[in-house]
Structure formats: structure tokens, C-alpha cells
Write a new protein. Structure first.
Length: 164
């Protein structure tokens, strides 16, 4: 970024434009333009705003703004590609832990409760059905004893046989 800033500064000087004149025309603060020309990226909070400022500055100086922005993107890629995968995973882990620590009614995860009433109602209905069947079959198998009626019939028959 330092090389790009120096290139922009050399172009401004060769065009005969002072830093205060460029700041007034672009509506930048003097510190913003000095930070761009010195390559001080850390002075800017937003990289996208810095990119837009560099593009405007390049257009102001009569340069090909797309080439200048491509150069800046190359710098950003080199800078961000130096971050190791372990650092990225560690940052992601810290972020997840911070999210877990926040417990409010709006962010709290609730477990879905399982409704067991249909299961219990079916079970109770099945038990009642089995009980009714048991009662019915227990009464069907117990035929009433008709001993008295049959005894009298058997006695009459045996007497009849004896007499004949």
C-alpha cells in the first residue's frame, strides 16, 4: 500500500496540485489524504470507504481508477491471505463462545417438547378394549349349569327305559 500511496503522491505533485487544494476539491480532510499517500491503512475504520476514497483520488488525478483499485485489491489480498487457518478457526470458536454466553429470552434456544398425550390416550383405549374383551369372553365360557333341568330329564328317560 505504501507504493500505491507514493505513486498517488508523485502524480499529485507532478500535476502541480497541493495537498490542501486536493483536499478542498475532494472534500477530504488533510489527515485522510496524508494517510492515503503514506499507505497508512490502519487510520481508516472501513476498508470499503478507503477503497472509494482511493478511487475518487485516482480519478481526480487523471489516473485509470480501475487499475489503481486493482492494485489496492492486490494489497488487501496479500494482507488478508497472511492470516493462518488456525487463527480463523480460533476467531470463529471465540465468536461461538461469545454467542453462547448471551442468554436472553430472545436468543435462548428452547427444546421442542414432545406431546405424549396421543400415546397415552391410545394406550388407555387399548387397555380398556382388552379389559372389555376379557369380561365378555369370561362370561361366554361360563355357561350356566342346567343340572336341575337335565337331571329330571335323565331320570325320566331312565325310568322309561327300565319300564320298557
Amino acid at each position: 500500500m505504501k507504493e500505491l500511496g507514493e505513486y498517488l503522491k508523485r502524480t499529485r505533485i507532478s500535476n502541480g496540485v497541493s495537498i490542501t487544494e486536493a483536499c478542498e476539491d475532494l472534500e477530504f480532510s488533510t489527515s485522510q489524504l496524508e494517510n492515503i499517500e503514506s499507505g497508512n491503512v490502519r487510520a481508516f475504520k472501513d476498508v470499503y470507504e478507503l477503497k472509494d476514497n482511493i478511487k475518487l483520488y485516482a480519478k481526480y488525478l487523471g489516473l485509470d481508477s480501475d487499475k489503481v483499485v486493482d492494485e489496492f485489491n492486490g494489497f488487501l489480498f496479500q494482507h488478508t491471505s497472511k492470516i493462518s487457518l488456525d487463527d480463523i478457526l480460533e476467531a470463529q470458536k471465540r465468536k461461538e463462545e461469545a454467542q453462547r454466553k448471551v442468554k436472553s429470552p430472545y436468543t435462548k434456544e428452547y427444546k421442542e417438547k414432545v406431546n405424549l398425550w396421543p400415546f397415552f390416550s391410545i394406550l388407555i383405549a387399548l387397555l380398556c378394549f382388552i379389559l372389555i374383551l376379557y369380561i365378555i369372553f369370561s362370561h361366554i365360557n361360563k355357561a350356566p349349569k342346567r343340572v336341575n333341568e337335565l337331571e329330571s330329564f335323565i331320570e325320566k328317560e331312565s325310568i322309561y327305559e327300565l319300564t320298557n
